[in-house]
Each structure stands twice: as structure tokens, then as C-alpha cells.
Design a protein around this ligand. Structure first.
Ligand SMILES: Nc1ncnc2c1ncn2[C@@H]1O[C@H](COP(=O)(O)OP(=O)(O)OP(=O)(O)O)[C@@H](O)[C@H]1O
Ligand SMILES: [Mg+2]
Length: 265
């Protein structure tokens, strides 16, 4: 997946400007940045949902011109699941739309439900599952299309802390097993350090761009107490903190007084 000089506009509002990123096949890239900077916007353009106003996006050299089963999108909430279909039918939906045979569909659903540890839930309906389980169904449903790129927009943001931790561990395993390229948007610096090969930090919007790209050269599974992880966390906090402060100042907040919160410090 490559972005070259990408600009995205909503009418006269310039959300994103001149973003260039080369994401290797099979790489796990995390996008971090202040709220409202344009992470979801960039991801939506990568998914073909939003057109670019400048530059271009390609996968394996082919331009992205619209939604494509090769570009799987996992949303923050699992409302995207079809509540009236069983878990198996949800996962088999993409392959069904692409004309795969009944046997192929069953096999794909089994494989990817197995990968996310939910084969035993195949005949249940989404409403009968926990939030974490529904999110795993969503991931299986995207993977069943065997996409080249999986785009994830804060996929664990709505989960409680314990479930999120389990899902983060699972995600590493699922990504390695599937071999796909992942672009993963998160607010959570620790989540990014745990998962990413590289972390791209965006500047505050409008006209947000990529500020820095940090390689995460830590062995997996990651140890958050590793001095290199601690140092990376410090550097990322500082880098993003600067952008958050800029964004808040632009919104008219006085940060030179004592009103600064721990989160923005
Ligand atoms: N459909 C739209 N029409 C107009 N403006 C939009 C639209 N979608 C997003 N924007 C604007 O683009 C900017 C970037 O929004 P975006 O949702 O990409 O931010 P984000 O980085 O994902 O934020 P968060 O971390 O809060 O999810 C914001 O100023 C937002 O108001
Ligand atoms: Mg967003």
C-alpha cells in the first residue's frame, strides 16, 4: 500500500495534505495522532470510501479507485455485523457475494472463525455475543475475503481494558497467521508499540500530514518494560503531546495557564 502526496478535502476544508507513506506487503503500520487530525479520513481513503483530491493511493502498484474486497475495513464498533445472520453467515457473506461455492464458503468461515477462536459460536447470532467476541467476528468477516490489506479504525476502542489486552495479543497472532498488510489507527501509544512494525505520527489538522515515522525494533512478543520500549513511549508521548497542544490551542484553549490536563501534558 502506497500513498504519494495524498490530499483529501471535504468541500473547502482541507483535512489531509501531502501524505506519503510506503507500507510494505505484510507490514503492520500504526497511525497515531491527535483527535480530529484525519486518521479515519486517511484510512477511509485507503479503503476507497473517500476520494483523494491530490496525489494517489495504490496497492501493489494498482490505483485504489473505490471499495474493494482486497481492502478490508474493521470499524470501531461491531454494529457493522448483520444481526439477522448467524456468525457463520456473517463471515461467509463476502465469499458468497463473490460467488464462492457453498463448500468454499463453509471452509473459509471455519478457517477464519477458528483463527479468531470462535468456531464454537458459529451458529449464534451477533446479539448473543460479548463486545470482544463481536469484534473478533468482524475481523474474521474481513479476513474471509482474503484481503491484501486490512484497515482497522480503533478496532478495540470500545472494549473494556481487560478484553482490549486480550484482543491486542490475539491481533498479533492473527496478523502473523493471515500474512496481510495492516494499517491500524489507534489513540493508544502502548497498543501501537505492542503491535506495530512502524508507527506513523500525524500532525494536528487541518491539512494534517505525517510528522514522523518510528520503526519499532523490538522482538515479539513485545515486552513493555524493555528499556527501548520505555524510550520509544517517551518519544511518542512528546511528539504527539506537541500536536495535541497545538490542536487544543487552535480550538482556543489556554494551555499556558494551569488548565493543562495530564492527558495533554
Ligand atoms: N464527511 C466529512 N465532512 C466534512 N468534514 C469531515 C468529514 N469527515 C471528517 N471531517 C473532518 O476532517 C477532520 C479529520 O477527521 P477524522 O475523523 O479523520 O479525524 P480522526 O483523526 O479520525 O479523529 P478521532 O481520533 O477523533 O477519531 C476533522 O476536522 C473532521 O471534522
Ligand atoms: Mg477517527
Amino acid at each position: 500500500m502506497s500513498a504519494t502526496g495524498v490530499g483529501i478535502r471535504f468541500g473547502s476544508f482541507e483535512a489531509v495534505r501531502d501524505i506519503s507513506l510506503d507500507i510494505a506487503a505484510g507490514e503492520f503500520l500504526c497511525l497515531l495522532g491527535p483527535s480530529g487530525c484525519g486518521k479515519s479520513t486517511l484510512l477511509s481513503a485507503m479503503a476507497g470510501f473517500v476520494p483523494v483530491a491530490a496525489g494517489g493511493l495504490t496497492v501493489d502498484g494498482a490505483p485504489i479507485s473505490g471499495p474493494d474486497p482486497d481492502l478490508g475495513m474493521v470499524f470501531q464498533s461491531s454494529e457493522a455485523l448483520f444481526d439477522w445472520m448467524t456468525v457463520r453467515q456473517n463471515v461467509a457473506f463476502g465469499p458468497r457475494m463473490r460467488g464462492r461455492s457453498r463448500a468454499e464458503r463453509a471452509e473459509l468461515a471455519d478457517t477464519y472463525l477458528g483463527l479468531v477462536g470462535l468456531r464454537h459460536c458459529a451458529d449464534r447470532f451477533p446479539g448473543q455475543l460479548s463486545g470482544g467476541m463481536r469484534q473478533r467476528v468482524q475481523i474474521a468477516r474481513v479476513l474471509a475475503n482474503e484481503p491484501r490489506v486490512v484497515l482497522m479504525d480503533e478496532p478495540f476502542g470500545a472494549l473494556d481494558a481487560q478484553t482490549r489486552q486480550v484482543m491486542q495479543d490475539e491481533m498479533g497472532r492473527i496478523w502473523r497467521a493471515s500474512g496481510c498488510t495492516v494499517v491500524f489507527v489507534t489513540h493508544d501509544i502502548d497498543e501501537a508499540i505492542l503491535l506495530a512494525d512502524r508507527i506513523a505520527v500525524m500532525t494536528a489538522g487541518p491539512a494534517a500530514s505525517v510528522k514522523d515515522v518510528y520503526p519499532v525494533e523490538l522482538p515479539r512478543p513485545r515486552d513493555e518494560t524493555d528499556p527501548a520500549a520505555v524510550e520509544l513511549r517517551r518519544a511518542l508521548r512528546e511528539d504527539i503531546g506537541e500536536e495535541v497542544r497545538k490542536a487544543l490551542r487552535d480550538q482556543g484553549l489556554d494551555l499556558d495557564g494551569d488548565a493543562m490536563t495530564e492527558e495533554t501534558r
